[in-house]
Design a protein around this ligand. Sequence first.
Ligand SMILES: C[S@@+](CC[C@H](N)C(=O)[O-])C[C@H]1O[C@@H](n2cnc3c(N)ncnc32)[C@H](O)[C@@H]1O
Ligand code: SF4
Ligand code: SF4
Length: 317
Amino acid sequence: MAPAIELDDPTDFGERDYATALVNVTNACNLECSHCFVFRADNPNLPRDKMDDATMLHQLRELRDKHNIKSMLFMGGEPMIRKDLVMEATKLFEIPAIVTNAFYGIPTLPGGLVTVSLDGPEDLNDSIRGKGVFQKVKEEIAKRNMSDGTTVMLQMTVTAQNEQGMEDFVAQVADWPVNGVAFTLYVPRENDDTGLGWDDLRDRDKVIDRLIALKQKYPNVVKSHVGTLELMKSDRCMEFTGERGENCLMMATLPLYMGDGGSFERTFCCYGNDVDCTRCGAYSVFNTAYHRQVKGEKDYHHRTRHMGHTAQTAQPG
Ligand SMILES: C[S@@+](CC[C@H](N)C(=O)[O-])C[C@H]1O[C@@H](n2cnc3c(N)ncnc32)[C@H](O)[C@@H]1O
Ligand code: SF4
Ligand code: SF4
């Protein structure tokens, strides 16, 4: 009989429970989006660092059992570059979710959530994600079977570069075969000089007001909660982030990045190591706070949080 292959055990992330986690199954990506936090200098993100499928399945199972992880978001890089692995690994978790750029098709995940990133109408999206990307995503979405049990959401990450396209975007995608459109706002790095963020958060407030108006105009398409958007305004946002994440409920999520030599490494938060919490626009941070603190839902289990997060708004409550 052939000897059983010994698979490496995961990195030790301490003893605490993490009901929610995310995993970068690969650092490889077919796109180079201008706003992407994954490829910032301070993050573990080298494409050569790989973990083979059997080891990853073993380590995810071990981490699930050790930390009581219920909900896992599959991310990258582009996770669907490792489609077979991802589809196998989703079976390990009660609440799986995938966030993807849709280049390798829209995965079928009955009972689960697939978030498809698209950052505005064609011209703006393609200036961020690359030429031809909007049409490619549109084609992939058109192919999907709406009755396959998967919740598919479009997600626009709003920056100062594409905010002018929010209204056109919703008008263009309102009749696409998806379950809704979600918005999240740019998460900058410290001393961010990219021009993608808002120096004065009162300028970001104007964007949030426009999102509230969009929600009112398209209540069944736009899945954002008005109550959550209100918490993102400049007069309240720090209550839910803190200077350095001390008020952030997403710090209870375990971020598994692919680190040196292909072992899992955790970063400061889901958005990596170099983040400016005082300007964090992650919708999920505020949505979790809205459900837990404002609505008092103690056991609110945000289905997806963070980058693929916004789909939680597709769920009742
Ligand atoms: C990092 S990508 C990984 C998955 C996949 N490659 C994709 O693009 O969907 C996950 C999500 O994070 C968003 N994102 C990237 N950089 C961001 C930033 N600086 N702030 C907020 N969201 C960001 C992307 O737009 C995307 O919706
Ligand atoms: S946002 Fe997604 S598709 Fe774009 S570069 Fe980052 S990982 Fe790749
Ligand atoms: S998710 Fe939380 S910890 Fe990360 S940047 Fe936003 S506020 Fe800071």
